[in-house]
Write a protein that binds this ligand. Structure first.
Ligand code: PLP
Length: 339
């Protein structure tokens, strides 16, 4: 692909020059290896292929006006990957090696980092998989860590414009005592049924409810939900939600902007009372929600006027992206320049 059309980058896979790999054998992680092959050669009985021993991360590198590349809160992603690994009995990848691997992957592909001002970024995808061959259900004794990077544009074709969401009641992405709080592929497999259903009906993402009672809001596809009312930022608390680093950062920003922050169970019934609503995650940063539709009752809740994002969502979005691209002072120490 022609790497000049930065403003029209899709959110998809574009081959870059190098990826980084590391192998766990005989109880130890080896050295980082550089590869230019974008295929993996693994055993057909690897546990990642059969029993879902797989965890991943999603983060971004941003190009500043100063021509320097910065990472956003990478320690949070490293820690979360450790929790995901432990949660499904995989060998955790050491956090110092995690940093070295992503840094290498970004710097070796530095001409793929989209220029400042295009709104695009270099997406970083660390991956941890069970590669040991097993037939019985048990944790593998060999693992592989891979990190690849790919330049990405906006996650939703709408960009920073309101998306339409449909409430999903016919399927669940995670069980109350399951793996919803871990970033593992199995949750995504479970979410495809709901995603495909609502996409077919013309919506961007499903709103998942708690699996037990279908009374509380869990997540919006692969993003956390938030609502705003009475100068308060409200986001659901539940054991089956993936703790989003974007959401954690937005809570800090909201507080800093003088909003109250509440992290608590949020009933679907409460949707009507919000002045603004949105979804947040690394891919979309913030996607303002323009409409939540209940496919069962036909009821629709509309947010905002003239199809524009609300003022609070807009200023949070500008603050966070401003910090990430180095245009606004990083007073929380979230960014690390790597070269
Ligand atoms: C990755 C992910 C998010 C967003 O987390 P960030 O750290 O903000 O990128 C939210 N929900 C799910 C299910 C996810 O997998």
């Amino acid at each position: 692909m022609e790497l000049t059309d930065w403003k029209n980058l899709p959110f998809g896979y574009i081959k870059t020059d190098y990826n980084i790999r590391c192998y766990y054998r005989h109880g130890n992680w080896g050295e980082l290896e550089i590869s230019s092959d974008d295929h993996l050669n693994i055993h057909m009985a690897a546990t990642c292929l059969h029993y879902g021993q797989q965890a991943f991360e999603g983060m971004k590198a941003f190009m500043g006006k100063d021509g320097k590349i910065r990472l956003f809160r990478w320690q949070e992603n490293a820690r979360r990957m450790t929790r995901s690994a432990e949660g499904i009995f995989m060998a955790p990848f050491p956090e110092d090696l995690f940093k070295k691997a992503i840094e290498k992957a970004v710097l070796l592909n530095r001409h793929f980092v989209p220029p400042h001002g295009t709104g695009a970024a270099l997406y970083i995808r660390p991956l941890l998989i069970g590669t040991g061959a097993e037939v019985g259900v048990k944790p593998a004794n060999e693992y592989m860590f891979v990190v690849f990077v790919t330049p990405v544009g906006p996650y939703f074709k709408e960009g920073f414009n309101p998306v339409r969401i449909a409430i999903e009641k016919d399927s669940d992405r995670a069980a109350p005592l399951g793996t919803g709080h871990l970033k593992v592929g199995g949750n995504y497999a479970a979410s495809l049924r709901g995603i495909m259903k609502v996409v077919k009906a013309g919506y961007s993402s499903p709103m998942y409810l708690d699996a037990k009672e279908k009374r509380y809001i869990d997540e919006i596809g692969a993003a956390n939900f938030f609502g705003i009312k009475n100068n308060t930022y409200i986001t659901p608390r539940s054991d089956s939600i993936l703790p989003s680093i974007t959401n954690k950062s937005v809570m800090t920003l909201a507080e800093d902007m003088g909003l109250r922050v509440e992290c608590r169970p949020v009933e679907v019934e409460e949707l009507e009372s919000f002045e603004e609503a949105g979804a947040c995650g690394t891919a979309a940063i913030i996607a303002p929600i323009g409409e939540v539709h209940d496919l069962e009752t036909g009821k629709t809740i509309i947010y905002g006027k003239d199809g524009k994002p609300g003022p609070v969502s807009t200023s949070i979005y500008k603050k966070l992206t401003g910090i990430q691209f180095g245009d606004i002072e990083d007073k929380f120490g979230w960014m690390e320049i790597i070269g």
